[in-house]
Design a protein around this ligand. Structure first.
Ligand SMILES: C[S@@+](CC[C@H](N)C(=O)[O-])C[C@H]1O[C@@H](n2cnc3c(N)ncnc32)[C@H](O)[C@@H]1O
Length: 422
């Protein structure tokens, strides 16, 4: 029952914005603690590939491995299941220990789980089409009107790669090329057709990864994902869609966060929307090599003032000390600014602050209304099974049990023991 909610948005970036093809990157290099790998350390005379002899149970190709990498006490191997999801295929470059975690996931054991949930459906699916847009390469466009909350795309990656920085560019490319080459031909073509930065054939797989990466944690390690359908979403600083990844089913989901008209471009954000205009422009240019001309950027620095207001309101509403001047009026204002700025994809913050503020003055009705809205918004942003959704639902269901209840009620409460006295 924490009263505080994060003061600033966790950064949800499409690409890590660092040079995944370079050597200067510092990814985590602590050791993997798997028993298998520990046994290698103990018998360190042998760096033989510790491949599970039952690899055929899950993978269609014999794993191909690097030599032992002392930097993180493991080796890395390519694991491919070319028949994954009705022949879409998936290749994973990771440690044997983490590969075992991937192999335990449901989609590798239940052929129909993805299909039943409409995941990896035929391109277009009546909702969207990917087409060339002026100055933006290919983008995603709505084929019909979409409502807030509608699921637009749900796809699994073709390639998942451990975000290591211990291999040389050439060495990494060699393994990623193997990973790609073991996929079905149609998937290889689809992958190689994606946006690139360098157009250098000798590093083409890393080039595609760099321009199209989503991130996911697996086994405590960051992994880079290429989900070709989702790769076609262009960026906007106040996007009309949000994405999240559900690791348990290896699926990248995108939902509309406000009504999207037929023929309108569908956008996601590659960075935090809370940075001022010039910071966003520089970041997008450096990390993604484009000058953002989205509707928010078209207004230039004029929109920075609203970010200051959002910041100040969130600071005030997040102050739970005795000197707090937080009020319901401020919370209502925060919600209004979010809506005016078209921050529809981030409303869990505004609604969450509002829910807690209403609760803090003992207004259960206001709490229930806004906590339910925060839960809905968090579901679009982090997935229905996320911790955030649970937190807001708990608050909506039991406002008086939350530690924020009447926390700012400016009266001396003579408790009658039932916790809700007035
Ligand atoms: C993940 S891809 C998005 C799809 C890409 N447009 C394509 O043709 O495949 C990322 C690249 O798309 C382009 N892009 C994305 N958002 C953009 C925007 N708002 N304006 C211009 N270019 C954009 C940039 O070249 C960026 O590096």
């Amino acid at each position: 029952d924490e009263v505080r909610i994060p003061a600033s948005e966790p950064i949800q970036e499409l690409n890590i914005g660092e040079d995944t093809t370079g050597e200067e990157l510092v990814y985590e290099t602590e050791s993997d603690q798997g028993s298998l790998l520990q046994s290698i350390q103990q018998n360190s005379t042998s760096t033989d590939t510790p491949i599970d002899e039952n690899w055929r149970d899950i993978w269609t190709h014999q794993p191909v491995c690097t030599s032992y990498l002392s930097e993180f006490n493991s080796l890395l191997c390519v694991y491919t299941n070319a028949t994954f999801s009705q022949g879409r295929g998936i290749s994973i470059f990771t440690t044997p220990k983490i590969a075992a975690e991937f192999a335990a996931l449901l989609p590798f054991h239940d052929d129909e789980i993805l299909q039943k949930r409409g995941i990896n459906s035929a391109e277009g699916s009546g909702l969207w089409t990917a087409k060339a847009l002026p100055g933006k390469g290919i983008g995603m466009v709505a084929k019909r009107d979409l409502q807030r909350g509608e699921l637009i795309t749900a796809y699994t990656p073709y390639l998942i790669s451990h975000a290591e920085n211990v291999l040389s560019v050439q060495e990494r490319e060699k393994f990623l090329q193997i990973a790609l080459s073991q996929l079905p031909a149609a998937s290889q073509e689809h992958f190689l057709d994606l946006a690139k930065y360098y157009y250098e054939l000798s590093v083409v797989v890393q080039d595609v990864v760099k321009a199209n990466t989503f991130q996911m944690d697996m086994g405590g390690r960051m992994h880079l994902l290429v989900v070709p359908e989702a790769s076609r979403y262009n960026h906007a600083c106040a996007p009309n869609a949000q994405y999240y990844i559900e690791p348990g089913i290896l699926t990248h989901f995108v939902h509309a966060v406000r009504p999207i008209a037929k023929d309108e471009e569908i956008t996601i954000t590659y960075s935090t929307p809370y940075h001022p205009y010039s910071v966003r422009q520089n970041y997008l240019l450096e990390a993604f090599r484009f000058t953002c001309t989205c509707s928010r950027c078209a207004k230039g620095e004029d929109t920075d003032q609203s970010l200051v207001e959002i910041h100040d309101l969130q600071q005030s509403l997040g102050n739970w000390g005795a000197d707090s001047t937080a009020s319901v009026k401020q919370a209502e204002r925060l919600v209004k600014v979010y809506l005016e700025e078209e921050f529809d994809g981030f409303l869990d913050f505004a609604y969450g602050h509002a829910a807690l503020t209403y609760n803090s003055v003992g207004s259960a009705r206001g709490t229930v209304k806004y906590a339910a809205l925060a839960a809905e918004a968090a579901a679009l942003k982090y997935g229905p099974a996320s911790k955030d959704v649970r937190t807001w639902m708990d608050l909506a269901e039991r406002p008086m049990e939350h530690s924020s209840w009447r926390r700012r009620k400016n009266v001396v409460v003579v408790s009658d023991g039932d916790g809700d006295s007035d």
